[in-house]
Design a protein around this ligand. Structure first.
Ligand SMILES: Cc1cc2nc3c(=O)[nH]c(=O)nc-3n(C[C@H](O)[C@H](O)[C@H](O)COP(=O)(O)OP(=O)(O)OC[C@H]3O[C@@H](n4cnc5c(N)ncnc54)[C@H](O)[C@@H]3O)c2cc1C
Length: 402
């Protein structure tokens, strides 16, 4: 395995670091205190600058107007972008659009690509992904109440979804709905593209998360699909293959998230160091002189290094051996990195004292918002159980204990 960063990627990372420092960090207070719509004109101008720099959509293939980076390189880009909460959005690689783009590229029909994929990659529209339901366990999504019934040339969708991130202002949703109730559990649901202006698509509210209602891209919607009728041509991929496609969407997505979380840790550690070196806690003594603070810094650095290497290694394994072979690695990085981020953010908040829990810095927003990292894209417990089962199975087989 080779972690040598190519010259091209190194150049991209330097450009991104400079851009984040100069153009995005100064917008942080606006991000924390202003509604999304008010930010958009400024963000649109920044996005234009990114396009001019030819760094737009770093993940997506060149033929679709992206930079076409591989998974390891793109992971490094996510890390660099995540020092600002606006980084991925301004560079056109934000969730949930990035995942939706990947599946539209792979499964979209020529018409779907023209109508939905092209403007999505260009950043002219946004999208959302609507799978989780309040009345069913998202950890076991084969238990799903939402249905899509064929009628004439249409699907008629009925169901209740929530945590459809970024639904507010999105142009379309990719909805998971049961189309084949008699099929085996994993082949019952399909992905269907639903324009959000379709009658019967009802955004009930943006759900307050840790006290933050949010708006626009930075929100999580609750949606009622009430006799929502779309043409059968809006089926994405084969009927009944919704879970298969969802799994494909999640694997690389976890690399993106984990590297983004490492980027957040990098920034939190920088802020912790700055605070430690500038806060005098008694005459002639700074926070940085206290061994307990030094221990937080060292522990954070060690955990971040471990997580980073695990994630890069996982990305490398996905690139070389495929997602299936890297299944265990994907579970390991998902819960481990989320935990590291939570601990690093907690130490950074603590080191800032009262300031740490205000919204005068970005730390509190991350501390609240990124708690969800242990829940979305697979809760910690499901990943741990899956890793432990594999390890136990292998041990049992090797030691005649099956
Ligand atoms: C910020 C955020 C953004 C999200 N964005 C989206 C989105 O864009 N689209 C979308 O469709 N969904 C989204 N989700 C939903 C997310 O995927 C679900 O919340 C997640 O899958 C967990 O499902 P649940 O909330 O129904 O919890 P449940 O499945 O009810 O689980 C509750 C708890 O039970 C425990 N548990 C569950 N299963 C097991 C097990 N097998 N063993 C041991 N313990 C277990 C865990 O502690 C878990 O936290 C988002 C969630 C959050 C928080």
């Amino acid at each position: 395995m080779d972690f040598q960063i190519s010259e091209d990627t190194q150049t991209i990372l330097e450009l991104i670091n400079e851009f984040v420092d100069k153009e995005l960090l100064p917008l942080e207070q606006d991000f924390l205190h202003r509604p999304w719509d008010e930010l958009m004109p400024t963000l649109a101008a920044k996005r234009e600058m990114v396009k001019q720099m030819e760094l737009w959509a770093p993940l997506h293939p060149k033929e679709y107007g992206g930079v076409g980076l591989g998974l390891v390189d793109y992971g490094l880009v996510c890390e660099a972008l995540a020092r600002s909460p606006l980084g991925v959005f301004v560079f056109g690689c934000q969730a949930p659009d990035a995942g939706n783009i990947e599946i539209l590229i792979k499964y979209g029909t020529p018409e779907q690509k023209e109508k939905y994929l092209k403007p999505l990659i260009a950043g002219d529209i946004r999208s959302c992904f609507s799978m989780t339901e309040p009345e069913q366990p998202g950890s076991n999504p084969v238990l799903m109440d939402t249905t899509a019934v064929k009628e004439g040339g249409d699907y008629v969708i009925n169901g209740h979804k929530w945590f459809t991130s970024s639904a507010d202002g999105a142009s379309f949703a990719i909805v998971m709905a049961v189309t084949n109730p008699e099929a085996p559990r994993h082949l019952r649901a399909s992905m269907i593209i639903v324009p959000t202006d379709t009658p019967g698509f009802n955004l009930v509210r943006n759900i307050p998360v840790m006290g933050h209602v949010g708006s626009g891209w930075h929100s999580h919607g609750e949606i009622l699909y009430q006799s929502c009728r779309v043409p059968q041509a809006n089926l994405l991929g084969p009927e009944g293959h919704g879970f298969v496609i969802a799994q494909e969407r999640l694997g690389p997505g976890r690399i993106h998230h984990c590297m983004r979380w490492i980027g957040i840790c990098n920034r939190a550690l920088e802020m912790m160091c700055h605070q430690a070196l500038t806060r005098e806690i008694s005459p002639g003594q700074r926070l940085a002189d206290k061994q307990i603070i030094q221990a937080w810094i060292a522990e954070s650095a060690a955990e971040m290094r471990a997580a980073r290497l695990m994630v890069l290694n996982c990305a490398w394994r996905i690139e070389h051996y495929g997602q299936k072979e890297a299944r265990q690695d994907i579970s390991l990085i998902k819960f481990y990195t989320a935990g590291v981020m939570q601990r690093v953010l907690d130490r950074a908040v603590q080191a800032h004292g009262g300031l740490g829990v205000t919204d005068d810095t970005v730390l509190a927003s991350w501390y609240r918002g990124e708690r969800s990292a242990r829940i979305y894209d697979g809760v910690d417990e499901v990943h741990k159980v899956s890793v432990a089962r594999r390890i136990l199975k292998q041990y049992a087989a090797e030691h005649g204990l099956a």
